[in-house]
Design a protein around this ligand. Structure first.
Ligand SMILES: [Mg+2]
Ligand SMILES: [Zn+2]
Length: 187
């Protein structure tokens, strides 16, 4: 029997969740994950932005730190209900979650690239033609460490900012626009 060549590896956009796909609660200039399903508000421009990326051939993979679960402040079932909403309303392909607390030392919590690397291995993603989109330094660092191009959504938080993102934008719609433009330029 003839050995089949590997299928072409696909490209992906890795998406942080809070502040990217849904509104973060901002307190004292710092973003917080919503703790209740009632507070989980998907941005109005997220659906069309993601649809545009899908039409460009990107797999869409959410990668999110949810340490409130590991810290015992939020029940994992609440986060799973939020993710059921995301999956129902947005054209995403996969959701990867790090539930560990900051002190657990896991390999998946951003800024480590573990969630991205695992998804790439399991889904056959070419990281060099992929993007990480996030609203915090740790998202950009994780994407860069994984070998992706990076898009920083600047929500003007009062915290450390990435200075090495490939693109700086203000919304998920703008993130999709710059990724699509870069994809056209590569072609
Ligand atoms: Mg975020
Ligand atoms: Zn983790």
């Amino acid at each position: 029997m003839r050995i089949q060549p590997n299928p072409a590896r696909t490209k992906a956009v890795f998406l942080d969740r809070d502040g990217v796909l849904n509104r973060s609660l901002v307190r004292d200039g710092k973003p917080l994950a919503p703790c209740r399903v009632e507070d989980f508000e998907i941005f109005a421009d997220a659906h069309d932005a993601l649809q545009t990326l899908k039409q460009k051939g990107f797999l869409l993979v959410v990668t999110t730190n949810q340490p409130d679960v590991g810290n015992g402040f939020v029940n994992g079932a609440v986060v799973e209900r939020m993710h059921a909403l995301l999956a129902a309303r947005l054209p995403i392909d996969d959701i990867r979650v790090c539930y560990h607390s900051q002190s657990a030392g896991c390999a998946c919590r951003k800024p480590k690239p573990g969630m991205i690397l695992d998804a790439a291995r399991e889904l056959g993603i070419d990281l060099g033609s992929s993007y990480m989109v996030g609203d915090r330094w740790s998202d950009i660092e994780a994407g860069r460490a994984a070998g992706c191009r990076t898009v920083f959504i600047d929500r003007q938080y009062d915290e450390q900012r990435p200075d090495d993102a490939d693109f700086d934008v203000r919304s998920i719609a703008e993130a999709a626009s710059v990724i699509c433009a870069a994809t056209d330029a590569d072609a």
